[in-house]
Each structure stands twice: as structure tokens, then as C-alpha cells.
Design a protein around this ligand. Structure first.
Ligand SMILES: *[C@@H]1O[C@H](CO)[C@@H](O)[C@H](O)[C@H]1NC(C)=O
Ligand SMILES: *[C@@H]1O[C@H](CO)[C@@H](O)[C@H](O)[C@H]1NC(C)=O
Ligand SMILES: *[C@@H]1O[C@H](CO)[C@@H](O)[C@H](O)[C@H]1NC(C)=O
Ligand SMILES: *[C@@H]1O[C@H](CO)[C@@H](O)[C@H](O)[C@H]1NC(C)=O
Ligand SMILES: *[C@@H]1O[C@H](CO)[C@@H](O)[C@H](O)[C@H]1NC(C)=O
Ligand SMILES: *[C@@H]1O[C@H](CO)[C@@H](O)[C@H](O)[C@H]1NC(C)=O
Ligand SMILES: *[C@@H]1O[C@H](CO)[C@@H](O)[C@H](O)[C@H]1NC(C)=O
Ligand SMILES: *[C@@H]1O[C@H](CO)[C@@H](O)[C@H](O)[C@H]1NC(C)=O
Ligand SMILES: *[C@@H]1O[C@H](CO)[C@@H](O)[C@H](O)[C@H]1NC(C)=O
Ligand SMILES: *[C@@H]1O[C@H](CO)[C@@H](O)[C@H](O)[C@H]1NC(C)=O
Ligand SMILES: *[C@@H]1O[C@H](CO)[C@@H](O)[C@H](O)[C@H]1NC(C)=O
Ligand SMILES: *[C@@H]1O[C@H](CO)[C@@H](O)[C@H](O)[C@H]1NC(C)=O
Length: 704
């Protein structure tokens, strides 16, 4: 088995060698048309700079002055102390829960009612930490506490093209200019503060370091505790024009390395707090510095100017390569809003969702599900990178399937299945958090087949085949043994117990859900083709399951969520949450058993009955893709702009009634839907846009 590193490198070479698109669209002016121009802070949605593994959210000052917006990373995680409850003091004391599954007891990673404390610890740990806050210190300017209302002429521009934030305001008639930028290479934020107020210990900055809470499933909008100062330590090593602040929270240690230019002084404000002040020590009118966050001590020479240069190289290159689409923004307000969402999503996903692991739902803005990421959501978060030709960003985290293979084999074996069963709500180690839904969802299993097939269509090489071979084999072995041979009917059933995509049914009654049946067939089919392409024969069991799965369940000539669901269309609890069943035509290419009359009846029923205010995230892109595949461009666009699928002024996808803002699957799903509308799919070259829209697009790859 090749090491992950080699795998990534080899692939990267391949990706980089792929030709750049010769652009006909004036991308720069279109991108800059949507530069953020703000005059107030956003309580939920920070303006951000970042690099996919690291992001720094700012308020109207270009720093975290008034609002403690977060500084999150791929690598910053923390464990709370273990419970002291007898027999619940170690992760090994947690052993899951056994549920009856087709006549045998199967062990599931669910909270153990007899061991609540250790179960909860396993859910909440490790959690992602906020690396620290950097805000303006009003210093010896003599103003004490300044509030946002005391600033005038506030103006902030995020230049999307170069990834840089310029903020300005006046206070008592003095102007302050602040430039904020992040390095695309290291987890560094660099800042230039320019004002006469900076002079000798005038306007400066503070750095503060919070403790981790680990108490809340959603830590939004702000992460960390600034008032638990005695629970963690900071220590400082000074050097010429710089210092390394080591922050220790229990077993977690990392370094904030600060370097400044000119004469300035860094000092700790109070011995028992973790707040440090940096201010100019002579009569300069600028204070420039950078802070690099890292798990280890770093020795880098970057300055504000070099970081700004790196960003000014990386971002234009990001915008210039891969696909692009230009909608009729001047003549059509829907097109303009869709274009705004497309451009801002491209920026935000590169900042928040291009790290070494798949992203959490809220990226690097705040914490949801303790900062963990969900394997069933990997499809929605990452698939668009491929369609837009941003293969290198996709490649940063897709190695998760290889990395998590050992834990996935372990999970399947523990449950008496063959192969590799992928987990769900994960931390970077591959451990899946206990949860009833977490342990019983199955739609994450065929994702590697979708990714592998898309990759092979674009890179049809032995290397691609080898890269995915053992992953697809492991997952297909699990999928084939998970399907249960029903000797009465002479077909394979999926579940029970299980949760379908929509997570709103009784798991002990859920059997043969429509979407999962289609996805199982799709996945096993690709796994079988993968063997044939390597001149091997596919295991009989895979093809036997593929060809003998239960038919799609129907009720009155509509497809329904699962077989035997009682009165689906007139039962409110079944006509809400993700309308996953429409994914059998759109998200997935048509299954040979699909009956379009019945499907059309189904989508009509969804429109008629669904509780859309309760929907969120990728539901709207999912429907848009289905509508596009049905040739209904107007409706596809309507879905993307649905009132329940809002994107705020900063471009953050609004969480809606059920999750905090942002909920990035909406943004990533939007980019996938747009890519399919522009680039088409097998059997349809595309594009599909509303009547009368003049659209230019380039570089999209075709879907299946
Ligand atoms: C802030 O910007 C909005 C929209 O551009 C504008 O209507 C408003 O007057 C501005 N407010 C201030 C205080 O500048
Ligand atoms: C948290 O604890 C788990 C289980 O002991 C351990 O594997 C992991 O490395 C720890 N993570 C951190 C960030 O301390
Ligand atoms: C802890 O485990 C031991 C051995 O399994 C058992 O005898 C004891 O009753 C348990 N204690 C509690 C508080 O559950
Ligand atoms: C499902 O069955 C398990 C036992 O296998 C039981 O513990 C659980 O409560 C049941 N859930 C529901 C919703 O009926
Ligand atoms: C700033 O405000 C905080 C909280 O209101 C207060 O404790 C502190 O004394 C104030 N500092 C100054 C310099 O006014
Ligand atoms: C910092 O900003 C000021 C004002 O815009 C500018 O004159 C100065 O050159 C900047 N410093 C650096 C290092 O870019
Ligand atoms: C610490 O701050 C949090 C909010 O960040 C608050 O909920 C909590 O009550 C505070 N605790 C103390 C001891 O002040
Ligand atoms: C801080 O430590 C004290 C003493 O160990 C503990 O009681 C308290 O719960 C801790 N606070 C947090 C926020 O973890
Ligand atoms: C840091 O790097 C510089 C230049 O590469 C080198 O001269 C210096 O010795 C290094 N410092 C440490 C502490 O490693
Ligand atoms: C076999 O399938 C039939 C029809 O769906 C179902 O009623 C029956 O419960 C299944 N058998 C078992 C043992 O699950
Ligand atoms: C599709 O379903 C409709 C409605 O049940 C049925 O009348 C038609 O024969 C089916 N078409 C095929 C090709 O099976
Ligand atoms: C299903 O609906 C689409 C879109 O309205 C239409 O083009 C297609 O002909 C319909 N198919 C059937 C079999 O009714």
C-alpha cells in the first residue's frame, strides 16, 4: 500500500500538469465586482482571511477588536479531562451499544445509557480550539474602552482578487488604516496598522488566548473561554523584534510566533491573564507585524510584506485557473445574486474548506458538532472542487479515505461485516463520535466510488486505478455483506436498523430506502468496473448484490423514503428534512430501474408537501441539480435562490432554523449545481440556463 504522502505528491504532479484554461472571461473584474464593502461588524459572519487550513475572522477594524471572532485551524484540537465516574475514566471503558440486526446483536458506536459520562466525553472530544484573538489596544491614547459606535467613517473592503482586507475609520478626527492578510503557505496572519495614533505606545494591539470549552455542540459565533484564565498557561520567549508565545491547554500545546518591524514592545498585561500588548516604542506611524500559529516552534522569516505578496500571487492564480462562469449580472437581478453567491462561495470555500481534513459544516468560522467533520457530508463539501478543476484543493483532504481505512476495517470487523465501514462524525484520528444517527447512517459508504470514478474520467491512468483500488474493494466488501439476503423475496434488503439520508424515521423500521438502494447499486457497479479495468474480475458477491437489490419502494405511483413508510405524503414528520429521495435523478445518474413517470410524480409531491422552512444546506442545491437534469433551468435557479437558502452580506450561507450560520454545504452544493448546469453530464452536453440568459462559461468538467 503506498504511503499517503507519496500518493498525494504523485497525484499533485498529475493535477498540476493538467493544462490551464485559456480564459475568455475577464475574471478579475467579475471577481472584484463582488468585493465586500462594509461599514459595520457582523455579529455572526466575520470577514475572513485564510488558506483552507487556517482562517482568521475579523470585525470592522480588520482585527478581532470588538467581536471575538475566531482563529481556527485544521490542527488545533483539545481534550477535556476525562470523567472521574467509576468505570468511565478511560476511552476504553466506552464499548458502544448492541442492537438487534437481522437476528444477531451488532455493536454500534452509540451513547451507552449505562455510561453516560464517558459516552458524552467521546462525543465532545477532541474539540477544535480557537487559537487566539488579536484586537486593537487603544493604549495610552487615553480613551479607555472604545466601542464600535465611537468610530466614524468606518469602511472595509475585502479584495477577493488578492485576498486582502483594507479597513479604515476615524477616531477623534484621526484616521486609522489597517491591512489584514493571511499567508497561503503558513498559518500566518499579517497586519499593517497605519495612523498617527500609533506613535509611541499609542494605538497598538493585544493578543489574547482563550481556554477551550468543549461543552457545547455548537460554539457559535464565538469559540473558547477568555475567563477561565487559571485553567491554561502561556509563556513567552522574546527575541529581537519578535516573540514566541507558547499556549498550553492541558495536553494541547501550540505556539503563536509574533514578529514585528521597527521598534515596538510586547508585554504581558497581567501575570494571571493571557493578554499581551504590542505597541510602537518610538515615533513611527505604522505598526506592522505577523503572527504565525503552529503546533511546533517555527522559524520563518516572513513579514507583512512577504505575506501580502504570497497572497497577491496565490489568489489571482486561484481565480485564474479551473472553471469560471459569467452570468448576465447587469440585466438580471437573479443572475446577479447567483453570481454574487458563486464568487463569494469560491472565496469562502478556499478559506474554510480546503484543509488537510474534510471541513466541518461551519468551516473555520465557528464550531459545530464540536469542530468535527462528517463523512457523509464529504460529498457535498468536496465534489465541487473537481467539477471546477481545482484538483489540488480536492487532493488536500481526499486522502481521508486512505487514512481512515484501518479504523473503517476495524469498525466492520467489530460488527461482523467484511471490508471497511466508514464512520460518520469524525476527528482527525478517524474515530467516529457515538450517536444513534451517527452509527446507523449508510449513505457515506458509496462516496469513494463517486470520487474515484470522477477522478478516473479525468485521469484515466493505472495510477488512479491503483490509488483507489484497495479503498473501493474495502468499501464494496462492506456494502455487499451489509446488504441482507431476504430468502422470502429473493432479493437483498438494506436495513433495518438504519437511518436514511433524511434522519427522520424509526431506524428499526427503516428498510430499503430509495436513495440508498440507488446509491448502493451505483457504488457496487463502479467497484466492479474498477476491477474489470484492472483486468481482474469483480467478486461475484458485489455483482449479485448490485443486481438483486430490492426495487425502489413506491406508494400510489410515487417513490417514497423507505419501503413501508406509512402515509408518507400526508405525515408532516416524513415531509421534512433532506428530501434525499430526489437524489436518484440528478445527484446520481439515472438508475436503469428508474421510472420517470413515477419520479416526476415524486418531485411534484415534494414541491407540494415539503416543509421547506425546515430544510437547510444542501437540500436546495440537491433539488436544483434534479431540476437541471429534468431540463427545468428556471426551477433550478429558483431552488438556489430559495428564501430558505439565504446567503448574507458577507456571503455566508445562513444556517436557517436548525443550524448556526454559516452552513457551508449550501455554498459547496451551490458550486456543484452551477458546475453541472454549466458543464452538463453524460448524455447532455449542457448548459442549462433560464431562457434568455446569456452565459459564458469555461473549464467545467462533465458530470456522470
Ligand atoms: C453603510 O453602508 C450602507 C450601504 O452602503 C449605507 O446605506 C449606510 O448609510 C452606511 N452607513 C454608514 C454609517 O456609513
Ligand atoms: C484526545 O484523546 C484521545 C484519546 O485518548 C487521543 O487519542 C488524542 O490524541 C487526544 N487528542 C488531543 C488533541 O489531545
Ligand atoms: C465497576 O466495574 C466493576 C468490575 O466490572 C464492578 O464490579 C463495579 O460494580 C463497577 N462499578 C460501578 C460503579 O459501576
Ligand atoms: C431499536 O431497537 C433497539 C434494540 O435493538 C432498541 O434499543 C431501540 O430503543 C429501538 N429504537 C426505536 C426507536 O424503537
Ligand atoms: C473597560 O470595560 C470593562 C468592562 O466593562 C471594565 O471592567 C474596565 O474597567 C474598562 N476599562 C477602562 C480602561 O475603562
Ligand atoms: C503600511 O500601510 C501604510 C499606509 O497604507 C503604507 O504607507 C506602508 O507602506 C505599509 N507598510 C508596508 C510594510 O506595507
Ligand atoms: C465565562 O464566560 C462565559 C461566556 O464566554 C460565560 O458563559 C460564563 O458564565 C463565564 N464564567 C465566569 C466564571 O465568569
Ligand atoms: C478550570 O479548572 C477548575 C479546577 O480544576 C475546574 O473546576 C473548572 O471546571 C475548570 N474550568 C473549565 C472551564 O474547564
Ligand atoms: C532560523 O533560521 C535562520 C535562517 O534560516 C537561521 O540562521 C537561524 O539560526 C534559525 N534559528 C533557529 C533558532 O533555529
Ligand atoms: C423479507 O421481505 C419482506 C418483503 O419486504 C418483508 O416483509 C420481510 O420482513 C423480510 N424478511 C425479513 C426476515 O426481514
Ligand atoms: C412507469 O410507471 C407507470 C406508473 O406506474 C406505469 O404505468 C409504466 O408502465 C411504467 N413504465 C415502465 C417503463 O415500466
Ligand atoms: C418528466 O418531467 C420532465 C420535466 O418536466 C419532462 O421533460 C419529462 O418528459 C417527464 N417524463 C415523463 C416520463 O413524464
Amino acid at each position: 500500500m503506498p504511503s499517503i504522502q507519496l500518493w498525494g505528491k504523485a497525484l499533485l504532479l498529475l493535477f498540476v500538469a493538467s493544462p490551464f484554461v485559456e480564459s475568455k472571461i475577464d475574471r478579475k473584474s467579475l471577481v472584484q465586482q463582488y468585493n465586500l464593502k462594509l461599514n459595520h461588524s457582523h455579529p455572526y459572519s466575520p470577514v475572513q482571511v485564510g488558506n483552507g487550513n487556517f482562517a482568521f475572522g475579523v470585525d470592522i477594524t480588520g482585527l478581532q477588536t470588538f467581536l471575538p471572532h475566531n482563529t481556527l485551524s485544521s490542527w488545533g484540537w483539545h481534550n477535556s479531562s476525562l470523567p472521574s465516574t467509576p468505570n468511565q475514566t478511560s476511552p476504553t471503558d466506552y464499548t458502544g451499544v448492541d442492537w438487534w440486526t437481522h437476528g444477531r446483536l451488532v455493536n454500534y458506536e452509540q451513547p451507552d445509557p449505562a455510561k453516560k459520562d464517558i459516552s458524552q466525553w467521546m462525543i465532545a472530544n477532541p474539540h477544535r480550539i480557537n487559537l487566539g484573538r488579536i484586537g486593537l489596544w487603544w493604549g495610552n491614547v487615553g480613551r479607555g474602552n472604545v466601542s464600535e459606535e465611537q468610530l466614524s467613517d468606518k469602511y472595509q473592503v475585502l479584495d477577493l482578487w488578492e485576498g486582502v482586507v483594507a479597513s479604515s475609520f476615524s477616531i477623534d478626527g484621526e484616521e486609522v488604516l489597517i491591512t489584514t492578510v493571511a499567508s497561503p503557505e503558513t498559518d500566518t496572519v499579517a497586519v499593517n496598522i497605519s495612523s498617527t495614533l500609533v506613535r509611541t505606545e499609542g494605538l497598538g494591539i493585544y493578543l489574547d488566548f482563550p481556554y477551550a470549552s468543549g461543552k457545547n455542540k455548537f460554539d457559535a459565533p464565538f469559540v473558547g473561554l477568555y475567563n477561565a484564565t487559571s485553567n491554561h498557561t502561556t509563556s513567552t520567549q522574546y527575541r529581537n523584534r519578535g516573540a514566541s508565545i507558547t499556549h498550553t491547554l492541558d495536553a494541547t500545546t501550540y505556539v503563536a510566533d509574533i514578529a514585528w518591524e521597527g521598534y515596538a514592545r510586547l508585554a504581558r498585561l497581567h501575570e494571571d491573564e493571557h493578554k499581551y500588548i504590542l505597541a510602537a516604542s518610538q515615533n513611527f506611524e505604522t505598526l506592522t507585524f505577523r503572527v504565525t500559529y503552529s503546533p511546533q516552534v517555527v522559524n520563518i522569516s516572513s513579514t507583512f510584506a512577504t505575506v501580502k505578496d504570497e497572497a497577491a500571487t496565490w489568489w489571482p492564480e486561484y481565480w485564474s485557473r479551473g472553471a469560471f462562469v459569467s452570468l448576465p449580472t447587469a440585466t438580471n437581478s437573479s443572475a446577479n445574486e447567483l453570481q454574487r453567491r458563486i464568487i463569494l462561495s469560491q472565496y469562502l470555500l478556499a478559506v474554510n474548506e480546503a484543509g488537510k481534513d474534510p471541513p466541518q459544516e461551519s468551516g473555520l468560522v465557528n464550531n459545530g458538532w464540536y469542530g468535527k467533520f462528517h463523512l457523509e457530508m464529504v460529498f457535498w463539501h468536496l465534489m465541487h472542487w473537481m467539477f471546477w478543476g481545482k484538483w489540488d484543493l480536492y487532493d488536500r483532504s481526499i486522502g481521508v479515505y486512505e487514512r481512515f481505512l484501518p479504523t473503517s476495517f476495524g469498525r466492520a470487523k467489530n460488527q461482523g461485516y467484511e471490508g471497511a465501514r466508514l464512520g460518520k462524525m469524525s476527528d482527525p484520528s478517524g474515530r467516529s463520535a457515538p450517536g444513534e444517527i451517527n452509527s446507523l447512517l449508510i449513505w457515506q459508504q458509496p462516496h469513494p466510488m463517486y470520487f474515484a470514478e470522477m477522478e478516473y474520467r479525468n485521469f484515466p491512468t493505472t495510477q488512479t486505478l491503483q490509488k483507489w483500488d484497495h479503498i473501493l474493494t474495502g468499501v464494496a466488501d462492506f456494502m455487499a455483506t451489509y446488504a441482507w439476503w431476504n430468502s422470502t423475496t429473493g432479493r437483498y434488503d438494506l436495513g433495518p436498523p438504519m437511518y436514511p439520508v433524511s434522519e427522520n424515521t424509526n431506524p428499526n423500521q427503516t428498510v430499503n430506502p430509495t436513495f440508498e438502494l440507488a446509491y448502493w447499486r451505483f457504488g457496487l457497479d463502479i467497484a466492479a468496473k474498477w476491477q474489470v479495468r484492472q483486468n481482474k474480475s469483480a467478486p461475484e458477491q458485489w455483482t449479485h448484490v448490485r443486481d438483486n437489490l430490492a426495487p425502489f419502494p413506491t406508494e400510489d405511483d410515487t417513490y417514497v423514503t423507505y419501503e413501508g413508510i406509512p402515509n408518507m405524503w400526508s405525515t408532516p414528520e416524513y415531509t421534512e428534512d433532506h428530501p434525499g429521495l430526489v437524489g436518484i435523478y440528478g445527484w446520481l445518474p439515472p438508475d436503469s430501474r428508474l421510472n420517470m413517470t413515477i419520479f416526476n410524480n415524486t418531485i411534484a409531491k415534494v414541491h407540494e408537501t415539503w416543509n421547506f422552512p425546515f430544510s437547510y444546506g444542501w437540500d436546495f442545491p440537491l433539488l436544483a441539480i434534479t431540476e437541471a437534469r429534468r431540463g427545468d433551468a428556471e426551477r433550478a435557479v429558483q431552488q438556489l435562490l430559495d428564501v430558505n437558502n439565504a446567503f448574507d452580506e458577507v456571503g455566508m450561507p445562513v444556517g436557517g432554523t436548525r443550524v448556526p450560520t454559516p452552513y457551508f454545504p449550501s455554498a459547496a452544493g451551490l458550486l456543484l449545481a452551477v458546475a453541472m448546469m454549466a458543464g452538463g453530464w453524460d448524455g447532455f452536453e449542457g448548459p442549462v440556463w433560464p431562457e434568455g440568459w446569456e452565459v459564458e462559461s469555461e473549464g467545467f468538467i462533465r458530470g456522470m
